[in-house]
Design a protein around this ligand. Structure first.
Ligand SMILES: Cc1cc2nc3c(=O)[nH]c(=O)nc-3n(C[C@H](O)[C@H](O)[C@H](O)COP(=O)(O)O)c2cc1C
Length: 402
């Protein structure tokens, strides 16, 4: 940009503000151009006209090109690198239009340039009215496009590091070194930046015809697909419980068995979750298979597994896991890690190869009453099919709005 921009309020540590500020300058020059058009018939290429023509020439010959380069060489490629889903689709449609605008505005400018040069020199007083109008209209629409779409997208998607990189590149284009690419302003908190994380889902759909009548069979089908897709920890599920005062809490556990009876995991019967389940046996499970853009929500009552089942699973575990289960009073505070290790060593020293299952360790089984299958779809228009258990044990199902 020109010197007056460099003196202006936003610095290159706020590159989007700089680009918007450039638009302000462009609007000012377009207005000068329109006033010059109105001025010439009456006054010819007088001193005022010559100065106005020179100012418009100076701006559009240099600063406007730098501004276009900022967009073509930095802003658009950087947006392309980070945009996903809806943003990527928007950009795919928008970027070619922006680039085409630049070309066409340059072409109109070539005609105006000759006329303005002659006016600035005082050798002619002719300015094409249709040319000026086309130039003004084209630029105005172009800037509105950028301000309504690209600038907010960049503000949403760029990290502070990416902003700093964009600002540094724009500064370098004008011969200014900006903080070696390091953020020149305090980085926005990551907690605020999460609003810009956006993923569109489009891998699959879930039609009423696709799902099986029995939700456990449907879950089995999806679980097999999760295994095949090698999703991260497909058996990890969130368990939400509610305490005696109605306050919820949740944690991840591993499902160790599922069948028509329900979904089973193993834990400590003195843990917080166990205490809450004793106070209120209603709980909710949640599987999130991100790689398949799927979640399964399961709600029902929780019961303990039989001692035989708990024994069987306990003895199937590696010895160290069994010793850990014995040594840990899960959910109870302890002074430090060293004390925890000492407890383990003490248990290990006495336990032998086949320690018995402690009475306070075993399985919980959630007996489902409601199971919902969720498949992510494009633009947040997801598929949801929910099964509800009837009194006679049969299941009904219906579609829910996303
Ligand atoms: C991937 C993963 C798997 C876990 N699996 C179990 C499990 O199967 N059983 C268990 O008691 N805790 C498991 N935990 C630990 C629990 O999340 C939790 O910390 C622990 O059960 C104590 O919860 P509570 O104090 O609410 O009872 C797992 C944690 C993670 C992250």
């Amino acid at each position: 940009m020109n010197d007056s921009l460099l003196d202006a309020a936003p610095g290159f540590d706020q590159p989007i503000a700089v680009l918007k500020h450039c638009h302000g300058r462009i609007r000012k020059q377009l207005s000068t151009l329109e006033r010059l058009l109105a001025h010439l018939p009456e006054h010819g290429a007088d001193e005022q006209a010559r100065q106005a023509a020179a100012a418009v020439l100076k701006y559009f010959e240099k600063a406007a090109h730098l501004h276009h380069d900022d967009e073509e060489q930095d802003l658009i490629p950087m947006l392309r690198a980070v945009a996903q889903g809806e943003d990527a689709a928007t950009l795919q449609g928008l970027a070619p239009t922006i680039l085409q605008d630049h070309k066409e505005m340059d072409a109109i400018w070539q005609d105006l340039h000759e006329q303005l040069t002659a006016i600035a020199e005082g050798s002619a007083a002719t300015l094409s009215s249709p040319g000026v109008q086309r130039f003004v209209q084209r630029y105005t629409a172009h800037m509105e496009r950028e301000e309504s779409t690209m600038a907010p997208m960049a503000m949403r998607l760029f990290s502070s590091e990416q902003m700093a990189r964009l600002g540094a590149a724009m500064g370098r284009r004008r011969g200014i070194e900006v903080g070696n690419g390091a953020p020149a302003v305090a980085a926005p908190a990551i907690g605020d930046a999460v609003a810009g994380l956006r993923k569109d889902y489009g891998q699959a759909s879930l039609n009423d015809d696709d799902v099986l009548d029995d939700p456990i069979a449907q879950f089995t089908h999806w679980f097999e697909q999760a295994l095949k897709a090698e999703v991260n920890e497909p058996n990890a599920m969130n368990v939400a419980t509610v305490d005696a005062d109605g306050r919820p809490s949740s944690r991840i556990v591993l499902v160790k068995q599922f069948d028509a009876r329900g979904f089973t995991w193993y834990t400590n019967y003195d843990s917080r979750k166990a205490q809450e389940l004793r106070a209120n046996p209603h709980a909710a499970l949640l599987f999130f298979w991100s790689e398949l853009e799927r979640q399964v929500r399961i709600e029902g009552r929780v019961e303990t597994t039989s001692t035989e089942e708990s024994d069987k699973y306990f003895h199937s575990r590696p010895l160290k896991s069994r010793l850990s289960a014995i040594a840990s009073r899960q959910s109870a505070p302890i002074a430090n890690r060293a004390d925890l290790e000492r407890n383990y060593e003490a248990v290990a020293a006495q336990a032998g190869e086949t320690p018995p299952r402690p009475a306070n360790w075993g399985g919980f089984r959630l007996v489902p009453e409601r199971i919902e299958f969720w498949q992510g779809r494009r633009s947040r228009f997801h598929d949801r099919i929910v099964y509800t258990r009837q009194e006679d044990g049969s299941w009904t199902r219906e579609r829910l709005q996303p």
